[in-house]
Design a protein around this ligand. Structure first.
Ligand code: GDP
Length: 430
């Protein structure tokens, strides 16, 4: 199978970094298809630490083509910084190794300002944005007032695009008590950064289709998780783009039929950062223990992540909406030593049993989890590299997860180390 899409199947932080790195070594092309410079992950290659938040993981490996698809929103100044930082570490980045879709919308400084001004004023319920302007940039895309990569190449077009955006932004800023946008400064900044972006601009849809025809292996690298999807996530506590696997097609310009395998990354328990519904959340010692053993603290903020037992209802749902062919089950080792494990197998809502998460917010809030109990294991699974290394109870737990989510395990991860992975089905295998 030549083309693999990797998506997070919960609320993000499922351990995509390790798996994407593992797969990207075997891919020819690595493409991002949604999100912005908020897809923070750390790669450790031969002892060297690389921090990426915008560029695809493949960039640090020689001989690969990295692609930023049109589904991404691009902050040109961040791009410049990330490229400079990686070059400083000896990574080669050229128009042959990095391509950015010409139809990618830009994140402008005014987007970050808007993000922060709105979040500061929103007393009803905070969505929890990262303040990087990603949400407002997507709003402008749908509002047909984005400045896109291709617009940077022609000054008259650039001015026209900026003026179109400012009609909207100045009105909004007045209402928020912000000064109007300094048009000349914004244009000057864009003219100055234009060559940095244009160097990598390409018709990505065309390049990817040619690569596909030539039999190259393409890895589509998702960010965040399917429960944060703008349509199918726990709206409004979601991200501002589609995250589910279908976005790999629309966010790069390949047909849906060109996706051969969708790999869902699934943590062996559940976590969520920030606000929003989380029916199987634990507030007890078990939740505390999952958080501590799993190091569930935000990488940037250090904020504690909310934790709960594995919620099979949610993962069955995300496997369906992303058409997941196989999952990579991660952090199984975090469950070592629990006497009893619980799995959420359904919800109870007003005396009725549900096998999915309803959409209405009030119903979500009233859903209580129905648990099934399983015996835990006292042995360590950390670093296991074959089924034979796993205790019988751990194998039973994995099998039960597969049954409940109606999707097989393709990969099993038992530590942060790349090699500590049990391969069942190779997503790239023919
Ligand atoms: P992402 O947001 O989905 O990319 O998640 P990350 O790649 O940041 O992974 C979260 C953390 O989990 C990282 O510190 C990983 O090293 C760690 N991790 C990944 N897989 C495993 C695993 O199987 N076991 C343990 N204990 N840690 C893991």
């Amino acid at each position: 199978m030549a083309n693999v899409v990797v998506v997070g199947a919960q609320w993000g932080d499922e351990g995509k970094g390790k798996i994407v790195d593992w797969l990207s070594e075997r891919a020819d092309v690595i493409a991002r298809f949604q999100g912005g410079h908020n897809a923070g992950h750390t790669l450790v290659i031969d002892g060297e630490v690389f921090k990426l938040s915008l560029l695809p993981s493949g960039i640090v490996r020689g001989g690969k083509l990295s692609v930023i698809g049109n589904g991404v929103v691009l902050d040109p100044w961040h791009l410049e910084k990330e490229i400079a930082q990686l070059r400083g570490q000896g990574v080669t980045i050229t128009p042959e190794t990095l391509m950015i879709a010409e139809n990618t919308p830009l994140i402008l400084p005014i987007h970050g300002e808007l993000d922060r001004a709105r979040e500061a004023q929103n007393s009803v319920a905070k969505i929890g944005t990262t303040g990087r302007g990603i949400g407002p940039a997507y709003e402008d895309k749908v509002g047909r007032r984005s400045v896109r990569v291709a617009d940077l190449a022609d000054d008259a077009t650039l001015e026209m695009r900026v003026d179109r955006a400012l009609v909207h932004h100045d009105a909004l800023r007045r209402g928020l008590g912000l000064d109007p946008v300094d048009r000349d400064r914004l244009l000057a900044d864009l003219r100055a950064i234009a060559p940095v972006v244009l160097e990598y601009a390409a018709p990505v849809w065309k390049v990817l289709n040619e690569k596909r025809r030539a039999g190259k292996r393409i890895l589509f690298e998702g960010a965040q998780g399917a429960l944060l999807d703008i349509d199918f996530g726990t709206y409004p506590f979601v991200t501002s783009s589609n995250v589910i696997a279908g976005q790999a097609a629309t966010g790069t310009g390949i047909g849906p039929g060109s996706i051969d395998f969708v790999l869902g990354i699934v943590k062996a328990y559940t976590t969520r950062v920030g606000e929003g519904p989380f029916p199987a959340e634990l507030h007890d010692a078990d939740g505390q223990r999952l958080g501590e053993r799993g190091h569930e603290f935000g990488t940037v903020t250090g904020r504690k992540r909310r934790c709960g037992w594995f919620d099979a209802v949610l993962v069955r749902q995300t496997c369906a909406t992303s058409g997941v062919n196989g999952i990579s089950l991660t952090k199984l080792d975090v469950l070592d030593g629990f006497e009893t494990l619980k799995i959420c197998v359904g919800y109870e809502l007003d005396g009725k049993r549900l096998d999915y998460l309803p959409t209405a917010a009030d119903q979500q809030a009233r859903c209580t989890p129905v648990y099934e109990e399983m015996p835990g294991w006292s042995e360590s699974t950390e670093g296991a590299r074959s089924w034979a290394d796993l205790p019988a109870e751990a194998i039973k737990y994995v099998r039960r997860v597969e049954e409940l989510i109606e999707c097989p395990v393709a990969l099993l991860s038992t530590s942060p180390e790349r090699e500590d992975t049990i391969l069942v089905t190779d997503p790239f295998a023919d």
